[in-house]
Design a protein around this ligand. Sequence first.
Ligand code: SF4
Ligand code: SF4
Length: 277
Amino acid sequence: MCQFCHRHGEGQRWYLQARNYSEDLLNDLSRRRLIETFIGDPEYFGKGLRMLEALSRLPPYVRAVIGPIALRIQKRYHWGQVLPIEEIERIFVFVNSIVRLPCLCRQATVGSEQRYCYALSMVPHERSRLIELVRSVGSSYLTGPDTGGLEVLSKEQALASLRLVERKGLCHTVWTFKTPFIGSICNCDRSDCLAMRATLSMGYPMMFRAEYTAEVNRDLCNGCRRCMRACQFGAMGYSVATEKVVIDPRRCYGCGICRASCARRAIVLAEHSSTRG
Ligand code: SF4
Ligand code: SF4
């Protein structure tokens, strides 16, 4: 389990604790202001991107000092964890509102509206303070081309849509807004997602790995390498000797994208329980 499980999950998985999605946590004024800034300031993510790029250009000895400080701040305010689809199914058992929104991060990196973000709430959307907050900030962040307001989805619709983006190769993640409050699930990729770019390319982690590691059933694998092309974490290799793929457990984030791409069902996710993060 990750360190958030110990701090915010009473030893269980922190993202499976219903109280981390609760309206009570949204009564915290500083948290509400943070969310309003996220949604209402179109430059917020742009500034974050420029700051990360500037940090990544600093000499290594400066980064060694600044990195841990930036990490501590990030964990307090906006931190994520990779989740395979089965963990999202578990979250959907107790969540009562799912509203699809444009991903603000993509607006900063790609410059257009990409509907990959799913706001979650414990109460129905018409009573959700989170959705009320989004509405109160206004629709200026809906920049198009797919502007369609806020899309209220049933759990079945949301899961179907998440499975679709998984097949496209996007990685599910869950996000805090002033930890431990969890406000959304997003779907990330290495080129467009600010958090994944920071984590994998700039050396500033912004997310934990999932509580799983992928394993290949060598009897089923035919060595087609389709899964290798899907893995965004560089965790897969190909063995010329066995003509099968191999997974490096030290690099695997447990997202399950490789599993979704394998027509032969040769990949499974195995749970692990050691403390990380
Ligand atoms: S997609 Fe499946 S069959 Fe193809 S290499 Fe990967 S694990 Fe093997
Ligand atoms: S090996 Fe599979 S589960 Fe692991 S990071 Fe790559 S795509 Fe995700």
